[in-house]
Ligand binder design. Structure first.
Ligand SMILES: [Zn+2]
Length: 240
């Protein structure tokens, strides 16, 4: 008989667990066709994609925690969908909003990282946090967003993509500018969650959501074709 987990992974209380999205459903919207189908491609069998009617879900949360994370999602969804329409700052290198609710959006960002980190789904293996995960769980369970430096996240957007907006890549662990981070590619938006402390006045934390509600989105000069080739290589090369 299958043993059903009955402890909420977030509040750690005994509970009937809900089927929770790992990546929120609103982030899958662009990947669906007109019959609400998307494809899952695994490295084990890249030429035989499976059809999904909903984003990947897992029994993780009690009803209370699920509804709390839904509240963050409801706040974040219109902001994330509206990122491409934000005004460009005077440098021409970033999009910027000054009006984001720090607490709700930061908790949303942290919930995205945490769900992937605790997922048993092999596609999310790259988001494992090891030592940092209990601290992230405690902060989320207590609804504490911390300072901008706690699990700080940078956003980058590739405008006017042809194919990338229909693709969600598996999270990957990498080192950027000498600092450990976990990268999510969700459509044309790249989320980099940094796990290291930065020296004072380092430039990367200047891109994190600020406590006053300034959200910065980098406009990198990345080539979509190169990114697509990287995703294809990761799926077909067993050494990646
Ligand atoms: Zn719970």
């Amino acid at each position: 008989m299958t043993r059903v987990a009955t402890t909420c992974r977030l509040c750690l209380k005994p509970a009937q667990l809900m089927l929770s999205h790992i990546i929120p459903e609103f982030m899958y919207e662009e990947t669906y066709d007109d019959k609400h189908r998307t494809l899952r491609v695994d490295r084990q069998s890249p030429s035989r994609p499976r059809t999904l009617q909903k984003g990947l879900r897992e029994r993780l949360l009690c009803a209370d925690c699920e509804s709390r994370l839904s509240k963050y999602e409801a706040h974040a969804a219109p902001i994330v969908k509206g990122l491409p329409t934000l005004p460009i700052d005077p440098s021409g290198l970033h999009l910027e909003s000054q009006f984001v609710d720090y607490r709700l959006f930061k908790l949303f960002e942290m919930s995205l990282l945490w769900r992937a980190a605790v997922s048993n789904e092999p596609l999310f293996a790259g988001a494992k946090l090891k030592k940092a995960e209990p601290r992230l769980q405690e902060m989320l369970a207590g609804e504490r967003p911390g300072s901008r430096h706690d699990f700080g996240c940078t956003l980058a957007l590739i405008p006017q993509t042809v194919h990338l907006d229909r693709i969600i890549g598996p999270p990957v662990r990498l080192i950027l500018g000498g600092f450990h981070c976990v990268r999510f590619q969700i459509g044309p938006i790249f989320w980099h969650f940094f796990l290291s402390d930065f020296p004072k006045a380092h430039s990367i934390p200047k891109l994190f959501l600020t406590e006053k509600g300034r959200l910065t989105v980098v406009l990198p000069q990345w080539n979509e074709r190169e990114i697509l080739l990287g995703i294809a290589r990761a799926l077909t090369d067993p050494g990646v």
